[in-house]
Design a protein around this ligand. Structure first.
Ligand code: UD1
Ligand code: UDP
Length: 443
């Protein structure tokens, strides 16, 4: 079996690293394709070193550009490589332009695609990421889903339960493993050493890079106005290149940089960043990965967004959405700083993203699919049967799998009282309402 992994930005490198390791441990052939979307040393190369993963076999060097340009250029490059390499499955991660490009190319080439971190939804179609993740899900063969909530998103959109595999999120694997390494090593980044974080009080780690925040001057202004008032905190701000460009364009960089309690540094390596976040009193961010890492590291998070595709972090109590609302940022940051009970409740939120074995679950599932010939994408040769969509309440002790076998059917949705459940093979559906497809022989 040969597995190809496509990645191109900082979070994809971090979240695919545990899977790349696991593929290697299983002695499976693999190739890594870098789209080149992130190219600065601080946004790409340093992560391959920190995470100890091999240099990519290919780099498409797409660089920066409009969405159409980036995606189109990636598609051409990916197609050429896949035609030559002929992998059995291609893995894409998350919601970047690489995910969209990879999924579209594989769909047309009839190569199985595994979407890592599938099923997330912000329901905000102005986000490029929402379009990417939805389109990738339409083309995918295997879905590696972090939480039950994300599986329910897919079931609600009509995806078959058959290929939904709840794994947890590989960010937990990466976080657990590398925090230990980082603790043994200590800070390496020169700028962080100079700051002497170990002796600092009340660290607020800030990251922001979402287009809907940093490309809008009013939003950036609101966030800076809030930071101006949080003088009890030491704000450490590893700045994303997009954000640095925009702050300079708006003439706001110096204003923020001149604040005594705000320390702007270059994007920092993964090990140093994990050490920094784990020592933080509070994380203020619009990053997807950081919302997940905050709850994994038991650090309260305030998210600079009006919606999130990670609502589990909010319902668990570890994350609060504050948008770019100055008052909401200040009020919640001060509560975390001064109200011990409030802060403890946030710190003690249960991590919904699993135990750190997502990579193993992912690769085990791929091996099973490969062994059973389920990665072969071929046109069906059976004559199509007629089918009827039905809904009933079950009144007997029976599992999902037994019901499907007895009735030659496929269950889509299961409601236990008012709550939707994920129909796993072994779920007993007595007393539940189900919707299913009944396959009939044509007369
Ligand atoms: C991309 C992803 C986003 C992800 C983020 C992770 C898409 C649509 N966006 O956003 O989902 O959360 O990566 O960080 O795929 N730049 C540099 N050096 C680099 C990379 C970028 O200077 O190495 C600058 C360029 O000016 C570029 C800008 O940052 O125009 C934005 O980069 P881009 O890759 O388009 O999007 P991100 O904001 O990084
Ligand atoms: N990160 C890092 N150094 C930094 C900032 C972030 O290592 O200076 C890591 C962080 O730990 C997380 C990932 O980058 O795992 C998040 O990437 P980003 O916020 O760029 O993208 P998103 O997750 O929003 O797609």
């Amino acid at each position: 079996m040969k597995i190809a992994t496509i990645l191109g930005t900082r979070p994809e490198i971090i979240k695919m690293a545990p899977i790349i390791d696991e593929i290697d441990k299983n002695n499976i052939d693999q190739i890594i394709i870098h789209t080149g979307q992130h190219y600065d040393k601080e946004m790409s190369d340093n992560f391959f070193k920190d995470l100890e993963i091999p240099t990519p076999n290919y780099n498409i060097h797409v660089g920066s550009g409009t969405h159409g340009k980036q995606t189109g250029h990636m598609m051409e490059g990916i197609e050429e490589i896949l035609l030559k390499e002929k992998p059995d499955i291609v893995l894409v991660q998350g919601d970047t332009n690489a995910v969209l490009a990879g999924a579209l190319v594989c769909g047309k080439l009839h190569i199985a695609i595994g979407h890592v971190e599938a099923g997330l939804r912000s329901f905000d179609m102005t986000m490029p990421e929402e379009i990417n993740r939805r389109a990738a899900d339409v083309c995918s063969t295997m879905y590696f889903i972090p939480t039950e909530n994300s599986a329910i998103n897919l079931l609600s959109e009509g995806f078959s339960r058959k290929n939904l595999i709840i794994t947890g999120n590989t960010v937990v694997d990466a976080c657990f493993r590398h925090l230990e390494i980082a603790k043994k090593r200590g800070f390496e980044e020169k700028s962080l050493k100079k700051l002497d974080i170990d002796n600092m009080d009340n660290i607020l780690t800030l990251t922001m890079h979402r287009a809907e925040n940093v490309d809008v001057k009013k939003r950036v202004n609101n966030i800076i106005d809030a930071l101006k008032e949080l003088t009890e905190m030491n704000v450490i701000f590893p700045i994303h290149p997009r954000t640095k460009n925009m702050l300079e364009k708006f003439g706001l960089f110096d204003e923020l940089n001149n604040l005594k309690h705000v320390h702007i540094v270059k994007p920092i390596g993964y090990l140093d960043f994990l050490l920094l976040t784990s020592k933080s009193t509070l994380i203020l961010t619009d990053s997807g990965g950081l919302q997940e890492e905050a709850i994994t590291l038991n650090v309260p998070a305030l998210t600079l967004r009006y919606n999130t595709e990670r609502p589990e972090t909010v319902t668990a109590g570890g994350n609060i959405l504050v948008g770019s609302n100055k008052e909401a940022i200040i009020e919640n940051a001060n509560k975390i700083l001064n109200d011990e009970k409030f802060a403890d409740n946030m710190k003690n939120a249960i991590n919904p993203y699993g135990q750190g074995d997502a990579a193993k679950k992912t690769v085990d599932a791929i091996k099973k699919y490969y062994d059973e010939g389920m990665l072969n994408i071929t046109a069906p040769e059976e004559i199509m049967t007629s089918f009827t969509r039905k809904m009933i309440q079950i009144k007997e002790d029976i599992t999902v799998k037994e019901f499907e076998t007895n009735k030659n059917s496929l269950i889509h949705m299961v409601f236990d009282g008012e709550k939707m459940r994920v129909p796993t093979d072994e779920l007993n559906i007595n007393e539940m309402i189900i919707s299913y497809t009944q396959y009939n022989k044509l007369a």
